[in-house]
Design a protein. Structure first.
Length: 454
């Protein structure tokens, strides 16, 4: 783990990479698991299986919005406490976050078990894939406690400078999922043949294994968040800490929820074009999830480094942290995007065997891929502002870009040029996020917040 502060801080780019490299590798492993599941489903079952799982993407994104919001709140507060060298406060914050996350996950699990069919019908899931989509959705929703807790504890681990343990935990989960999904599809080793549900069952089993390993590893290594007696004693919902976490978590979740809601609406538009369009949507979503890995990771790393600086009483370092993050965004995310354009036909062919569907997906990917760099730069700016507890204004700007620009543009362009117009709206929204957050950071937040913290 990196120290919260040192006598001679390392160059910022090295500090960034110390967090960023294992974080990107961790996210690559997570995405790899989903990607390989998509390949298994498409190759071993067919396009209908890809469409069934794709229909659940907006719901899963909504779940992520909830847990990421709580993780953001916990990460900022844990990072500030770690920067201030207060391990007791770190554990107290972690305990409160665990209570909140567990309670929310149990509500999601219960609701998902009861109302999965109604939910998937409301999304306009094509009738041909409704039954397997409902099965997949019900399993994933009922497994929310595993998903939520693993994401929370890995986020808090990074907040204290340990990005390596989450990497190994997700490596274990990825290996387990890669082995289990085809085994359940084909019924190897006497296992039941589960069809589309194979991806959900293997994911949940892999997450359970990773979570158990991570907690045991923490106990063995003396990690500051290890589940020992003092952490368990402090794991109760203290009102003041709950309010502090929610003050950051709620706006962050609302922004993510607006993105999830928009995805639901846009998927409805895509579904109107038929099962082949839904399958193309799933393939493009898979590739875009790879492109967003460095964009997301740099935003998280910026938030962690800025929260450490604030906790240590050095808010003046935030400007340098942001500048370094933006430069790395151009270099790393830009490199991912350039590679995606060069390899686009091969990437799409991995998921889709139908030439017509593959051609559609390729065209859509080329429309939107470049704009991920703009999204990543907006994430860096938001990460810096979030570290100071300023979440409401950046989140509001992000929601405006999604609800006020992306959705109206998608409907208008879909009516004008069809399916391509939906992906044009994504690119416009990412550009809008960057412009709005840049303006707020430069002309409002920097003067108000830095002056207040100094």
């Amino acid at each position: 783990m990196t120290a919260a502060a040192g006598s001679r801080p390392a160059p910022l780019w090295k500090t960034y990479l110390g967090l960023l490299a294992p974080m990107i590798l961790t996210n690559i492993l997570q995405t790899t698991a989903g990607t390989i599941d998509g390949i298994y489903l498409g190759r071993m079952i067919g396009v209908e299986a890809v469409a069934a799982v794709s229909a659940f993407f907006p719901v899963f994104f909504l779940l992520l919005a909830l847990v990421i919001g709580l993780s953001v709140g916990a990460t900022v507060l844990v990072g500030q406490a770690w920067g201030a060298r207060d391990p007791a406060k770190v554990r107290t914050i972690a305990g409160a976050a665990l209570w909140l996350t567990t309670g929310l996950a149990l509500v999601v699990a219960l609701g998902g078990g009861l109302f999965a069919p109604e939910l998937m019908r409301a999304l306009g899931t094509p009738a041909a894939v409704l039954a397997p989509a409902v099965t997949y959705a019900r399993l994933m929703l009922m497994g929310a406690p595993l998903i939520f807790l693993l994401l929370l504890v890995t986020s808090m681990s990074r907040a204290v400078g340990d990005a390596v343990t989450p990497l190994w935990a997700l490596a274990l989960a990825t290996a387990a999922a890669m082995a289990l999904t085809p085994a359940f599809i084909r019924g190897w080793f006497g296992l039941p043949k589960l069809g589309v549900a194979s991806a959900a069952v293997s994911t949940l089993l892999a997450f359970a294994l990773a979570l158990a390993w991570l907690l045991l590893r923490w106990r063995h290594s003396g990690h500051p968040l290890a589940p020992r007696a003092d952490l368990l004693r402090q794991s109760r919902p203290q009102a003041a800490l709950v309010r502090s976490i929610l003050r950051i978590a709620v706006p962050a979740s609302l922004q993510m929820l607006s993105m999830a809601a928009a995805e639901v609406v846009l998927l409805g538009l895509v579904n109107r074009h038929g099962v082949q369009a839904t399958a193309a949507y799933g393939a493009v979503t898979q590739v875009m999830s790879w492109l967003q890995l460095p964009a997301m990771s740099l935003g998280i790393a910026t938030s962690i480094l800025a929260s450490h600086a604030i906790g240590a009483g050095h808010p003046g370092r935030i400007g340098a942290i942001v500048r370094t993050g933006l430069r790395l965004e151009w270099l790393i995310t830009g490199g991912f995007v350039a590679a995606a354009y060069a390899a686009a036909p091969a990437l799409v062919a991995v998921f889709l065997t139908d030439p017509g569907v593959a051609a559609t997906a390729l065209e859509l990917l080329r429309i939107v891929a470049w704009s991920v760099v703009a999204l990543g730069m907006a994430n860096v700016l938001q990460g810096a502002m979030r570290a100071s507890g300023s979440v409401l204004a950046p989140a509001t700007l992000g929601m405006f870009a999604i609800l006020g620009i992306e959705l109206p543009t998608a409907f208008a362009l879909n009516a004008w040029i069809g399916l391509r117009g939906i992906w044009c709206s994504y690119a416009l929204a990412f550009i809008a996020m960057l412009v709005l957050n840049t303006a707020w950071f430069r002309w409002v937040w920097r003067h108000r917040r830095i002056g207040r913290m100094a």
